[in-house]
Design a protein around this ligand. Structure first.
Ligand SMILES: Cc1cc2nc3c(=O)[nH]c(=O)nc-3n(C[C@H](O)[C@H](O)[C@H](O)COP(=O)(O)OP(=O)(O)OC[C@H]3O[C@@H](n4cnc5c(N)ncnc54)[C@H](O)[C@@H]3O)c2cc1C
Length: 399
């Protein structure tokens, strides 16, 4: 019998983990990952906070809640088996003023509903865990951790290639053409035929869906997250992970302090609308992408709903002093001199025509493809579970 051929668009952690789960599920299949850059993990996967989330924040029963809780352990098992450094160092979510207490309590209850081990703690215990953090109360989440998602992605690539599958770099998919019951994916380095293809293109996920003739009903809007890094002499100000109580109106978790697995301590990210999907600097503008954004009803609805928050985030991006004000709520001792610039990341966030940020992961199917359309945080933590869900859907097509 002919061997099934499967192609995956996107060499981020979701695409690679999907390929890996497919390799396990369908040992007879030939898998090709097509990545437009000349390395894997070039975008969100290689530019994030490196946090292994516990699954506390998410709506019980949502894909985010279940995939994060289960995916975290799948990720950890992979790291253990492959000798990839990770640490379950724990984190604190801090209410810095009395007014935040009810939201902290609600978050704690959500954590309980999601089956995440966590405890409500007072200022003394907070001082023991994070001597430089300031707060009136906090949630301690011992199961949260840190890892390099770039290292995980690179290992996945190596495992796929060692098993005879292909990860083709420098291969942007520019056209998707139906071919019998399968598809041909056209790239400048050749055309690749597959019986089934999977879209895992992050910031371009909606474009890939449209190339396949599927209207996903949402657009990806890019939200840049700027980071600073603490000077090495000031790294002691944050032992592990210090987070604020998030604003429930947004899927972003707020500016936090993160110890990275390589020992650096980062502070960030902000969440500013970018003028290009891969716009890592404020001055990065791609006219076609900007016009596309401005012509989208969902963008204007979003602006109407959230302009205040947008202005606040922009100020944070323009002014280190303003940024510092947010950071100082968590660690009052930090000064502008402690902050060194660090690389930024851009989040891919699906927005519907009413301007609502799509909260959950979104996977859609067309006759020839499966599309991961919305995979924002905690999709890196959840990647092995998302990969398993997608692999199941792909395999069902061959059955
Ligand atoms: C600032 C920031 C902080 C975050 N922090 C965390 C965190 O601490 N923990 C966590 O779990 N998650 C975090 N996330 C979210 C997490 O990084 C993403 O959810 C995850 O990396 C998504 O992976 P992906 O593979 O879908 O996307 P990506 O990593 O963006 O990969 C998509 C790939 O598709 C490729 N591609 C696009 N178009 C094409 C094309 N036409 N042809 C071929 N290839 C194409 C791109 O080059 C890219 O490599 C964060 C994200 C950001 C931006």
């Amino acid at each position: 019998m002919k061997q099934p051929t499967i192609a995956i668009i996107g060499g981020g952690i979701v695409g690679l983990a999907t390929a890996y789960r497919l390799m396990e599920r369908m040992p007879g299949a030939t898998i090709t990952v097509l990545e437009k850059e000349n390395r894997v993990a070039a975008h969100q996967t290689g530019r994030n906070s490196g946090v292994i989330h516990s699954g506390l924040y998410y709506r019980p029963g949502s894909l985010k809640a279940t995939c994060c809780r289960e995916g975290k352990w799948e990720l950890i098992r992979f790291c253990e088996a492959e000798g990839i450094p990770y640490e379950l160092c724990g984190k604190v979510i801090v209410a810095v003023e009395e007014a935040e207490r009810p939201r902290l309590q609600a978050l704690y209850e959500r954590g309980q509903q999601n089956g995440v081990a966590c405890t409500l703690i007072g200022p003394e215990r907070l001082r023991e865990l994070e001597p430089h953090a300031h707060g009136v109360a906090a949630i301690h989440v011992p199961e949260a951790g840190i890892v390099s998602y770039r290292a995980v992605a690179e290992r996945l690539r190596a495992k796929l290639e060692a098993a005879g599958h292909r990860v083709v770099l420098g291969a942007p998919v520019t056209r998707i053409v139906p071919d019998g019951r399968g598809v041909v994916l056209e790239t400048p380095v050749g055309a690749f035929r597959a019986d089934v293809a999977v879209g895992c293109a992050g910031l371009y996920a909606d474009r890939i869906a449209r190339m396949d003739g599927l209207e996903p009903g949402v657009r990806i809007l890019p939200f840049r997250g700027e980071y600073y890094e603490l000077r090495p002499e000031r790294r002691h100000l944050c032992r592990n992970l210090i987070y604020p109580v998030p604003d429930p109106a947004y899927p972003f978790l707020g500016v936090h302090f993160t110890r990275m697995i390589d020992g650096r301590v980062e502070c960030g990210p902000s969440a500013v609308l970018a003028f290009a999907r891969e716009g890592y600097r404020l001055t990065d503008v791609r006219l076609s992408e900007l016009l596309e954004m401005l012509s989208y009803r969902g963008f204007w609805q979003l602006a109407r709903r959230h302009w205040r928050k947008g202005v606040q985030e922009l100020l944070q991006s323009l002014s280190k002093r303003y940024y510092l004000r947010q950071a100082r709520r968590l660690i009052p001792e930090v000064t502008p001199e402690d902050f060194l610039p660090a690389p930024s990341g851009v989040r891919a966030q699906a927005v519907d025509p009413e301007g609502r940020l799509v909260d959950d992961f979104l996977v859609l199917e067309s006759p020839r493809m499966v599309h991961v359309v919305n995979a924002p945080s905690p999709a890196a933590t959840s990647s092995f579970r998302i990969g398993a869900l997608v692999a199941e859907r792909v395999q069902a097509r061959f059955d």
